[in-house]
Design a protein around this ligand. Structure first.
Ligand SMILES: *Cc1c(COP(=O)(O)O)cnc(C)c1O
Length: 373
């Protein structure tokens, strides 16, 4: 047999499953035997456990992170005619759901160190229509929440966190998701806390808002067939809730392993080529959902690594204000120079808790060889 090198993926969910297989298989079998599949005991237990993990009183488990963003807006009565301030440097769902809710997205540029919302730029973006600020904890690094919250409090605006990439990340010792009025999470399989399918949640200390979100996610139904308002179907199913309950127990350990991988990368990639490595603000603990480097030779480096059997990916190829689907916002290139620059230069390297020291070394060797050619 010919010996081939196994390619190194961006994330290896198979390896993780093998490490928890017995627990996960048992939890899924229990759901099947219990024959209750929607909003049963697993859903309710996960809601309690995830709220406690985030340091808040309440949690509404939903069908996706996208729905979490949409229903957060609905629960706060933010809709047509309103404006929400967010960033162009994020996954499309953040802005897609503003548009779906009838809200006009207003952008501020991102910070060059954290790649998250730059609070210094909020000042000139507010109008009488502004209802909320929506920062994103990008790549697992918390946004600078104190100045964002102070700005919002002075003007009576809600703060909604998009924490879809940052389960467990800390800002001044507090978990993201607990720092605004509502915190939105995704449990897409590749997220730091990922289901084996789709899933999402909104967490909050405001129990009434969480109850409204649970109602909106169940066709606006408070009690059986009592439709109080127009809702949607968005419920975390029992199997995903059971999987997430198993995985939640390991989240802190997995995040610590991600930080160890990031630290190793930091050591072996320091001073290589023109690389800019991720930095952590001193008051933050990132959970490194992604390990994103910057280089002026991004595309060439990506192709080189691919030939060497190492996966990499661009998060994201374009800032949202330049996407065709948001053309109607009439925003031009040059409007948000930091987001545009990062999108031209960013490359995500393999990053997952089970990644070995040797694998990090291999990636570093190949990157070193690329810059020496
Ligand atoms: C993944 C993600 C979402 C959407 O979550 P889904 O569960 O895929 O719908 C929203 N915002 C950000 C920043 C994300 O990374």
């Amino acid at each position: 047999m010919v010996k081939t090198n196994t390619p190194l993926p961006l994330i290896d969910l198979g390896r993780q499953y093998q490490s928890i297989k017995r627990e996960v298989d048992g939890a899924i079998a229990k759901v099947l035997e219990g024959a209750q599949f929607i909003r049963g005991p697993q859903h309710n237990a996960f809601a309690r456990e995830f709220a406690r993990y985030c340091g808040v009183s309440s949690c509404a488990p939903l069908a996706s992170g996208t729905d979490a963003l949409y229903l957060a807006l609905r629960a706060l009565n933010i809709g047509p005619g309103d404006e929400v301030v967010t960033v162009p440097m994020t996954f499309i769902a953040t802005v897609e759901m503003l548009v779906r809710a009838g809200v006009k997205p207003i952008f501020v540029d991102v910070d060059p160190i954290t790649y998250c919302m730059n609070p210094a730029q909020l000042g000139n973006k507010i109008s009488s229509k502004t209802k909320a600020v929506l920062p994103v904890h990008l790549y697992g690094h918390p946004a600078d929440m104190d100045p964002i919250n102070a700005f919002a409090r002075e003007r009576g605006l809600f703060v909604i966190e998009d924490a879809a990439q940052a389960h467990g990340a800390l800002y001044k010792g507090r978990r993201v998701g607990s720092l605004g009025v509502l915190g939105c999470f995704s449990f897409y399989p590749s997220k730091n806390l990922g289901a084996y399918g789709d899933g999402g949640a909104v967490v909050s200390d405001k129990k009434d808002l969480i109850e409204r979100i649970l109602k909106l996610g169940n066709h606006g139904c408070a009690a059986a067939y009592n439709y109080e308002e127009e809702g949607i179907n968005s419920r975390l199913d029992e199997m995903q809730a059971a999987v997430l309950r198993v995985k939640l127990k390991y989240l802190d350990a997995w995040n610590a392993q991600r930080r160890r991988v990031a630290q190793l990368y930091g050591e072996v990639l320091k001073g290589v080529g023109d690389l800019v490595l991720p930095q952590q603000a001193s008051e933050c603990e990132s959970v490194f959902h992604l390990y994103v480097i910057q280089t002026s030779r991004r595309d060439d480096l990506g192709s080189y690594l691919k030939n060497e059997g190492i996966a990499s990916q661009v998060h994201y190829p374009a800032p949202l204000h330049l996407l065709r689907v948001f053309r109607f916002l009439d925003l031009k290139e040059g409007a948000y120079p930091m987001a545009e620059r990062i999108c031209r230069r960013a490359l995500s390297l393999p990053m997952f808790p089970e990644m070995t020291t040797d694998e990090v070394g291999l990636v570093a060797d190949k990157i070193g060889a690329f810059f020496k050619r």
